[in-house]
Design a protein around this ligand. Structure first.
Ligand code: TYM
Length: 338
Protein backbone atom coordinates (compact mmCIF):
# COMPACT_ATOMS: atom_id res chain seq x y z
CA UNK A 1 0.00 0.00 0.00
CA UNK A 2 1.58 3.32 -1.05
CA UNK A 3 -0.14 6.54 -0.01
CA UNK A 4 0.27 9.34 -2.58
CA UNK A 5 0.46 13.07 -2.06
CA UNK A 6 -0.53 15.36 -4.95
CA UNK A 7 2.76 17.25 -5.06
CA UNK A 8 4.83 14.08 -5.35
CA UNK A 9 6.22 14.37 -1.83
CA UNK A 10 6.58 11.15 0.10
CA UNK A 11 4.05 10.68 2.90
CA UNK A 12 5.61 10.81 6.35
CA UNK A 13 5.83 7.76 8.59
CA UNK A 14 6.58 7.84 12.31
CA UNK A 15 6.93 5.00 14.78
CA UNK A 16 8.75 4.20 18.00
CA UNK A 17 9.94 1.51 20.37
CA UNK A 18 10.59 1.77 24.09
CA UNK A 19 14.15 0.97 25.19
CA UNK A 20 12.94 -1.26 28.00
CA UNK A 21 13.40 -5.03 28.17
CA UNK A 22 14.78 -7.09 25.30
CA UNK A 23 13.49 -6.48 21.79
CA UNK A 24 11.65 -9.67 20.76
CA UNK A 25 10.28 -11.30 17.64
CA UNK A 26 6.84 -9.76 18.35
CA UNK A 27 8.35 -6.26 18.10
CA UNK A 28 10.18 -7.28 14.94
CA UNK A 29 7.25 -8.95 13.17
CA UNK A 30 4.64 -6.45 14.40
CA UNK A 31 6.64 -3.30 13.69
CA UNK A 32 10.30 -3.27 12.63
CA UNK A 33 9.97 -5.64 9.67
CA UNK A 34 7.34 -3.28 8.26
CA UNK A 35 9.51 -0.26 8.97
CA UNK A 36 12.27 -1.65 6.79
CA UNK A 37 9.83 -2.30 3.94
CA UNK A 38 8.46 1.24 4.11
CA UNK A 39 11.70 3.19 4.12
CA UNK A 40 12.10 3.35 0.32
CA UNK A 41 8.58 4.65 -0.36
CA UNK A 42 8.02 7.00 2.58
CA UNK A 43 9.81 9.66 4.57
CA UNK A 44 10.36 7.60 7.71
CA UNK A 45 11.25 8.67 11.24
CA UNK A 46 11.98 5.82 13.64
CA UNK A 47 12.32 6.79 17.26
CA UNK A 48 13.70 5.29 20.45
CA UNK A 49 11.16 6.55 22.96
CA UNK A 50 13.21 6.85 26.13
CA UNK A 51 10.80 9.34 27.75
CA UNK A 52 8.12 6.65 27.51
CA UNK A 53 10.43 4.07 29.09
CA UNK A 54 10.86 6.17 32.25
CA UNK A 55 7.12 6.12 32.96
CA UNK A 56 8.19 2.99 34.85
CA UNK A 57 11.41 3.18 36.90
CA UNK A 58 14.51 2.23 34.89
CA UNK A 59 18.00 1.76 36.30
CA UNK A 60 19.81 4.71 34.61
CA UNK A 61 22.95 2.81 33.52
CA UNK A 62 20.79 0.03 32.05
CA UNK A 63 18.54 2.49 30.24
CA UNK A 64 21.58 4.21 28.70
CA UNK A 65 22.86 0.85 27.45
CA UNK A 66 19.41 -0.19 26.17
CA UNK A 67 19.06 2.96 24.07
CA UNK A 68 22.28 2.19 22.22
CA UNK A 69 21.42 -1.50 21.92
CA UNK A 70 18.05 -0.61 20.40
CA UNK A 71 19.64 1.83 17.95
CA UNK A 72 22.07 -0.94 16.97
CA UNK A 73 19.14 -3.31 16.44
CA UNK A 74 17.25 -0.78 14.29
CA UNK A 75 20.29 -0.67 12.02
CA UNK A 76 20.83 -4.43 12.20
CA UNK A 77 17.29 -5.29 11.03
CA UNK A 78 17.90 -3.20 7.92
CA UNK A 79 16.90 0.37 8.69
CA UNK A 80 19.18 2.44 6.53
CA UNK A 81 20.02 5.84 8.06
CA UNK A 82 20.54 7.22 4.55
CA UNK A 83 16.90 6.50 3.75
CA UNK A 84 15.20 6.74 7.15
CA UNK A 85 15.82 8.88 10.22
CA UNK A 86 16.75 7.11 13.44
CA UNK A 87 16.56 9.28 16.55
CA UNK A 88 16.08 9.33 20.31
CA UNK A 89 12.95 11.03 21.66
CA UNK A 90 14.62 12.95 24.51
CA UNK A 91 17.17 14.47 22.12
CA UNK A 92 14.36 16.58 20.61
CA UNK A 93 12.78 18.52 23.52
CA UNK A 94 9.76 19.45 21.36
CA UNK A 95 8.27 15.98 22.05
CA UNK A 96 7.81 16.86 25.72
CA UNK A 97 6.81 20.43 24.91
CA UNK A 98 4.03 19.38 22.55
CA UNK A 99 2.93 16.69 25.00
CA UNK A 100 2.22 19.42 27.57
CA UNK A 101 0.17 21.43 25.09
CA UNK A 102 -1.84 18.33 24.13
CA UNK A 103 -2.32 17.36 27.78
CA UNK A 104 -4.24 20.60 28.19
CA UNK A 105 -6.84 19.54 25.60
CA UNK A 106 -7.11 15.88 26.71
CA UNK A 107 -9.88 14.92 29.13
CA UNK A 108 -8.47 12.80 31.94
CA UNK A 109 -11.29 10.26 31.47
CA UNK A 110 -9.91 9.38 28.00
CA UNK A 111 -6.60 8.45 29.61
CA UNK A 112 -8.07 6.50 32.49
CA UNK A 113 -9.91 4.27 30.01
CA UNK A 114 -6.75 3.12 28.18
CA UNK A 115 -6.30 -0.65 28.56
CA UNK A 116 -2.47 -0.44 28.66
CA UNK A 117 -2.66 2.17 31.41
CA UNK A 118 -4.97 -0.02 33.47
CA UNK A 119 -2.76 -3.10 32.94
CA UNK A 120 0.51 -1.31 33.75
CA UNK A 121 -0.92 0.64 36.70
CA UNK A 122 -2.09 -2.64 38.23
CA UNK A 123 1.56 -3.83 38.43
CA UNK A 124 2.86 -0.66 40.19
CA UNK A 125 2.84 0.13 43.90
CA UNK A 126 2.74 3.85 43.15
CA UNK A 127 1.37 4.95 39.79
CA UNK A 128 3.34 7.90 38.41
CA UNK A 129 1.44 10.59 36.54
CA UNK A 130 3.67 9.85 33.54
CA UNK A 131 1.99 6.47 33.16
CA UNK A 132 -1.40 8.15 32.78
CA UNK A 133 0.05 10.76 30.38
CA UNK A 134 1.89 8.10 28.35
CA UNK A 135 -0.57 8.13 25.40
CA UNK A 136 -0.49 11.95 25.22
CA UNK A 137 3.28 11.83 24.80
CA UNK A 138 2.76 9.21 22.11
CA UNK A 139 0.26 11.49 20.37
CA UNK A 140 2.84 14.28 20.59
CA UNK A 141 5.50 12.04 18.97
CA UNK A 142 3.25 11.45 15.98
CA UNK A 143 1.62 14.88 15.63
CA UNK A 144 4.93 16.72 16.07
CA UNK A 145 5.99 15.41 12.66
CA UNK A 146 2.51 15.58 11.08
CA UNK A 147 2.97 11.88 10.30
CA UNK A 148 0.36 10.40 7.98
CA UNK A 149 1.16 6.75 8.68
CA UNK A 150 2.11 4.94 11.88
CA UNK A 151 3.24 1.33 11.46
CA UNK A 152 2.70 -0.54 14.73
CA UNK A 153 1.54 -3.85 16.15
CA UNK A 154 -2.07 -4.45 17.08
CA UNK A 155 -1.57 -3.53 20.77
CA UNK A 156 -1.07 0.14 19.83
CA UNK A 157 -4.35 0.63 17.94
CA UNK A 158 -6.16 2.08 20.96
CA UNK A 159 -3.34 4.62 21.47
CA UNK A 160 -3.58 5.57 17.80
CA UNK A 161 -7.35 6.11 18.09
CA UNK A 162 -6.69 8.37 21.06
CA UNK A 163 -4.06 10.26 19.04
CA UNK A 164 -6.69 10.99 16.38
CA UNK A 165 -9.20 12.03 19.07
CA UNK A 166 -6.67 14.44 20.60
CA UNK A 167 -5.76 15.85 17.17
CA UNK A 168 -9.42 16.32 16.30
CA UNK A 169 -10.16 18.04 19.59
CA UNK A 170 -7.18 20.36 19.14
CA UNK A 171 -8.20 21.14 15.56
CA UNK A 172 -11.78 21.89 16.55
CA UNK A 173 -10.68 24.17 19.42
CA UNK A 174 -7.87 26.02 17.65
CA UNK A 175 -8.41 25.47 13.91
CA UNK A 176 -6.89 22.95 11.46
CA UNK A 177 -3.42 22.21 12.79
CA UNK A 178 -2.71 18.49 12.80
CA UNK A 179 -2.79 15.86 10.08
CA UNK A 180 -4.86 12.76 11.03
CA UNK A 181 -2.46 9.81 11.25
CA UNK A 182 -3.47 6.35 10.03
CA UNK A 183 -2.59 3.10 11.76
CA UNK A 184 -0.69 0.63 9.59
CA UNK A 185 -0.72 -3.00 10.78
CA UNK A 186 1.12 -5.89 9.12
CA UNK A 187 -1.15 -8.51 7.48
CA UNK A 188 0.57 -11.29 9.42
CA UNK A 189 2.34 -10.84 12.77
CA UNK A 190 0.38 -7.87 14.16
CA UNK A 191 -0.11 -9.73 17.43
CA UNK A 192 2.45 -12.38 18.37
CA UNK A 193 1.50 -14.21 21.54
CA UNK A 194 3.69 -15.43 24.42
CA UNK A 195 5.26 -18.86 23.81
CA UNK A 196 4.48 -19.91 27.38
CA UNK A 197 0.97 -18.46 27.32
CA UNK A 198 -0.61 -18.08 23.87
CA UNK A 199 -3.58 -16.25 25.37
CA UNK A 200 -1.50 -13.15 26.20
CA UNK A 201 0.65 -11.06 23.86
CA UNK A 202 4.42 -11.51 23.78
CA UNK A 203 5.72 -8.71 25.96
CA UNK A 204 9.12 -7.14 26.73
CA UNK A 205 8.15 -6.75 30.36
CA UNK A 206 7.56 -10.45 31.06
CA UNK A 207 10.38 -12.09 33.02
CA UNK A 208 9.19 -15.69 32.41
CA UNK A 209 12.15 -17.48 30.76
CA UNK A 210 10.16 -19.23 28.02
CA UNK A 211 7.90 -16.29 27.18
CA UNK A 212 9.62 -14.48 24.30
CA UNK A 213 12.37 -15.03 21.73
CA UNK A 214 14.69 -12.01 21.93
CA UNK A 215 16.28 -10.82 18.68
CA UNK A 216 19.71 -11.45 20.18
CA UNK A 217 18.97 -14.92 21.61
CA UNK A 218 21.55 -17.51 20.49
CA UNK A 219 20.28 -20.42 18.31
CA UNK A 220 20.27 -23.03 21.09
CA UNK A 221 18.19 -20.74 23.34
CA UNK A 222 15.72 -20.07 20.51
CA UNK A 223 15.42 -23.80 19.80
CA UNK A 224 14.80 -24.59 23.46
CA UNK A 225 12.17 -21.86 23.88
CA UNK A 226 10.23 -22.89 20.78
CA UNK A 227 10.43 -26.63 21.50
CA UNK A 228 8.95 -25.91 24.95
CA UNK A 229 6.21 -23.60 23.67
CA UNK A 230 2.72 -24.32 24.99
CA UNK A 231 0.52 -26.20 22.48
CA UNK A 232 -2.46 -28.50 23.11
CA UNK A 233 -3.41 -32.18 23.15
CA UNK A 234 -4.45 -32.50 19.48
CA UNK A 235 -2.26 -35.02 17.59
CA UNK A 236 -1.17 -32.86 14.65
CA UNK A 237 -1.66 -29.56 12.82
CA UNK A 238 -5.22 -29.19 11.55
CA UNK A 239 -5.80 -25.81 9.89
CA UNK A 240 -9.56 -26.13 10.39
CA UNK A 241 -9.15 -26.49 14.15
CA UNK A 242 -5.99 -24.74 15.37
CA UNK A 243 -5.35 -24.28 19.08
CA UNK A 244 -3.93 -20.87 20.12
CA UNK A 245 -0.39 -22.13 20.77
CA UNK A 246 0.02 -23.84 17.39
CA UNK A 247 -1.68 -20.94 15.62
CA UNK A 248 0.86 -18.60 17.20
CA UNK A 249 3.81 -20.77 16.12
CA UNK A 250 2.49 -20.97 12.56
CA UNK A 251 1.88 -17.24 12.59
CA UNK A 252 5.51 -16.67 13.59
CA UNK A 253 6.68 -18.95 10.76
CA UNK A 254 4.45 -17.24 8.20
CA UNK A 255 5.45 -13.73 9.30
CA UNK A 256 9.15 -14.58 8.97
CA UNK A 257 8.82 -16.52 5.71
CA UNK A 258 6.20 -14.36 3.96
CA UNK A 259 4.60 -17.61 2.74
CA UNK A 260 1.01 -17.53 1.47
CA UNK A 261 -1.80 -19.31 3.35
CA UNK A 262 -1.79 -22.03 0.66
CA UNK A 263 1.96 -22.60 1.08
CA UNK A 264 1.57 -22.79 4.85
CA UNK A 265 -1.22 -25.36 4.55
CA UNK A 266 0.69 -27.49 2.04
CA UNK A 267 3.76 -27.52 4.30
CA UNK A 268 2.23 -27.98 7.76
CA UNK A 269 -1.20 -29.66 7.45
CA UNK A 270 -1.13 -33.02 9.31
CA UNK A 271 2.40 -32.50 10.66
CA UNK A 272 3.08 -33.58 14.28
CA UNK A 273 3.74 -30.80 16.81
CA UNK A 274 7.35 -31.86 17.49
CA UNK A 275 8.32 -31.58 13.82
CA UNK A 276 6.27 -28.37 13.46
CA UNK A 277 8.16 -26.76 16.31
CA UNK A 278 11.51 -27.86 14.82
CA UNK A 279 10.66 -26.19 11.51
CA UNK A 280 9.47 -23.02 13.23
CA UNK A 281 12.65 -22.90 15.33
CA UNK A 282 14.87 -23.34 12.26
CA UNK A 283 12.99 -20.57 10.41
CA UNK A 284 13.41 -18.18 13.35
CA UNK A 285 17.09 -19.04 13.80
CA UNK A 286 17.83 -18.61 10.07
CA UNK A 287 15.94 -15.29 9.96
CA UNK A 288 17.67 -13.85 13.03
CA UNK A 289 21.18 -14.99 12.08
CA UNK A 290 21.88 -12.13 9.59
CA UNK A 291 20.35 -9.60 12.02
CA UNK A 292 22.63 -10.81 14.83
CA UNK A 293 25.68 -10.74 12.52
CA UNK A 294 24.90 -7.20 11.39
CA UNK A 295 24.31 -6.16 15.00
CA UNK A 296 27.84 -7.28 15.92
CA UNK A 297 29.24 -5.36 12.94
CA UNK A 298 27.32 -2.18 13.82
CA UNK A 299 28.49 -2.30 17.44
CA UNK A 300 32.09 -2.90 16.36
CA UNK A 301 32.20 0.34 14.36
CA UNK A 302 33.38 3.00 16.83
CA UNK A 303 31.10 6.05 17.07
CA UNK A 304 28.72 4.82 14.36
CA UNK A 305 25.57 4.53 16.49
CA UNK A 306 26.13 7.93 18.15
CA UNK A 307 26.69 9.55 14.77
CA UNK A 308 23.44 8.13 13.40
CA UNK A 309 21.49 9.32 16.46
CA UNK A 310 23.01 12.80 16.40
CA UNK A 311 22.35 13.22 12.66
CA UNK A 312 18.82 11.89 13.16
CA UNK A 313 18.03 14.50 15.81
CA UNK A 314 19.51 17.27 13.65
CA UNK A 315 17.48 16.17 10.64
CA UNK A 316 14.10 16.24 12.40
CA UNK A 317 14.65 19.38 14.48
CA UNK A 318 13.36 21.84 11.82
CA UNK A 319 10.12 19.83 11.38
CA UNK A 320 9.61 19.65 15.16
CA UNK A 321 10.30 23.35 15.63
CA UNK A 322 7.95 24.41 12.88
CA UNK A 323 5.08 22.38 14.44
CA UNK A 324 5.78 23.92 17.85
CA UNK A 325 5.73 27.41 16.33
CA UNK A 326 2.41 26.66 14.63
CA UNK A 327 0.85 25.22 17.81
CA UNK A 328 2.06 28.18 19.89
CA UNK A 329 0.63 30.56 17.37
CA UNK A 330 -2.71 28.68 17.26
CA UNK A 331 -2.97 28.57 21.07
CA UNK A 332 -1.94 32.18 21.57
CA UNK A 333 1.23 31.33 23.45
CA UNK A 334 4.06 33.83 23.39
CA UNK A 335 6.38 33.88 20.40
CA UNK A 336 9.15 36.47 19.90
CA UNK A 337 8.14 39.29 17.59
CA UNK A 338 10.19 39.04 14.39
P1 TYM B 1 6.64 -1.06 22.37
O1 TYM B 1 8.03 -0.65 22.67
O2 TYM B 1 5.87 -1.79 23.41
O3 TYM B 1 6.61 -1.98 21.08
C1 TYM B 1 7.23 -1.57 19.89
C2 TYM B 1 6.42 -2.05 18.70
O4 TYM B 1 6.27 -3.47 18.74
C3 TYM B 1 4.88 -3.81 18.61
N1 TYM B 1 4.64 -5.02 19.42
C4 TYM B 1 4.12 -6.15 18.94
N2 TYM B 1 3.72 -6.51 17.71
C5 TYM B 1 3.25 -7.77 17.55
N3 TYM B 1 3.18 -8.68 18.56
C6 TYM B 1 3.56 -8.35 19.81
N4 TYM B 1 3.50 -9.24 20.78
C7 TYM B 1 4.07 -7.03 20.04
N5 TYM B 1 4.54 -6.41 21.14
C8 TYM B 1 4.88 -5.15 20.74
C9 TYM B 1 4.13 -2.61 19.16
O5 TYM B 1 2.81 -2.57 18.67
C10 TYM B 1 5.00 -1.47 18.68
O6 TYM B 1 4.66 -1.15 17.34
N6 TYM B 1 3.81 3.01 22.84
C11 TYM B 1 4.73 2.33 21.96
C12 TYM B 1 5.95 3.18 21.58
C13 TYM B 1 5.64 4.50 21.00
C14 TYM B 1 5.13 4.76 19.69
C15 TYM B 1 5.05 6.16 19.58
C16 TYM B 1 4.74 3.93 18.64
C17 TYM B 1 5.84 5.72 21.59
N7 TYM B 1 5.50 6.71 20.75
C18 TYM B 1 4.57 6.79 18.41
C19 TYM B 1 4.26 4.54 17.47
C20 TYM B 1 4.19 5.92 17.38
C21 TYM B 1 5.25 1.09 22.65
O7 TYM B 1 5.25 0.97 23.83
O8 TYM B 1 5.81 0.20 21.83
Amino acid sequence: MVFCLPNGMKPRVFSGVQPSGDLHIGNYLGALKNWVKMQADYECIYCIVDLHAVTIYQIPSELRAKIRELAGLFLAVGIDPKQATVMVQSSVPAHAELAWMLTCVTPVGWLQRMTQYKAKAATQETVGDGLLQYPVLMAADILLYQAQIVPVGDDQTQHLELTRDIAQRFNSLYGETFVMPQTHLPLVGARIMGLDDPESKMSKSSSAPGHAVALLDPPDVIRKKIMRATTDSRPAVNFDDLGPGVRNLLNIFQAFSDWSDAEMRAHFEGLGYGETKKRVAEMVIASLEPIQRRYREVCAEPGYIDRVLREGAERVLPIANSTIELVKERMGLYTFAS
